[in-house]
Design a protein around this ligand. Sequence first.
Ligand SMILES: *Cc1c(COP(=O)(O)O)cnc(C)c1O
Length: 377
Amino acid sequence: MKIETKLLHAGIKPDAATGAVMTPIYQTSTYAQESVGNSKGYEYSRTLNPTRHTLEKNLAAIENGEYGMCFGSGMAAIDAVLKLLSPGDEVVSSNDLYGGSYRIFTAIFQKYGIKFHFIDITDLSNIESVVNEKTKLIWVETPTNPTMKIIDIEGVAKIKQQALLAVDNTFATPFLQSPILLGADIVMHSVTKYLAGHSDVVMGALVVKEEGLAKELYRIQNSCGAVPGPQDCFLVLRGIKTLHLRMERHSLNGEKIAFFLKKHPKVDKVYWPGFKDHPNYAIANKQMKHFGGMVSFSLKEDTVANAHKILAKTNVFYLAESLGGVESLIGHPATMTHASIPREERLKTGIQDSLIRLSVGVENADDLLEDLSQALS
Ligand SMILES: *Cc1c(COP(=O)(O)O)cnc(C)c1O
């Protein structure tokens, strides 16, 4: 099946008991057994729940993997991957990560003896110079957040040696980019964002292809217990059915806004991987179907106060954390999503004081342009 069909059908069957077309919310913690050790495949909902199971199968299929695991948040999914490691292991990651990923690496796992290298992964030779026999994980986010750099997934896969390559595919979604087909071992999602798509759920997910790796991750999922409830899984199954329709419109609106901002006299830089003069345009064009709905820009008057003034003036764009919902959001990385990254680190990766990030929704593009135009003026 093609991705558009898989989004609706892969791993999903009408309910065996009733024929219900929509996967029921199995709001149960436990399951009656015929005799000891003789269950219908479900014993306790931390280990497995039918609604979650259906979502995990759907996620595995749409990411071109074999095994899916859902978690209570994107951070819980990242936490599970890091628990594959042991003291002394090393991780290579990029220097403009999602703030929460940077925080869990440095504030939580560093103290357990895991060593992190934060480098500019857009230049593959930087990876070659830090990868060694202790490197167990390469953690890649592409497009990066919020400066929209693009990392060559296939290029990293070729030089990763024994390390596992994990790709945070939250921004691109499986509709725009398929990391496993490009050589990744693990795909991670903040399902909270585009997969759920309606700003009503917090959830995370992992998808892998290899059975041994899947078993380890299921063991961690069940042992540590950061699983989502069935109602949230139902909402995500519902959201995923329209992912292709939403992503096409997010991408179209994102493109219109990127070109509008590029011409605006108060705007300095615009970060959007669809520009032909974007430094990673060739890779973006090769590994992504469209360029998505995330656009960032900085102001000629580069101050926090100036950015905050604009943020307070939009009406259609809500000033809020998060991204990937149907409604447009506007945010300020330096004081919101990326506040946990020290200023010097931020500046090195292009997160200027005035940088504003847009999660462009699926509204009418003219209304969005008018809203930005009045806020900027
Ligand atoms: C939001 C986000 C996360 C964290 O996910 P939560 O669901 O908020 O825990 C990780 N990576 C990226 C790129 C994100 O945008």
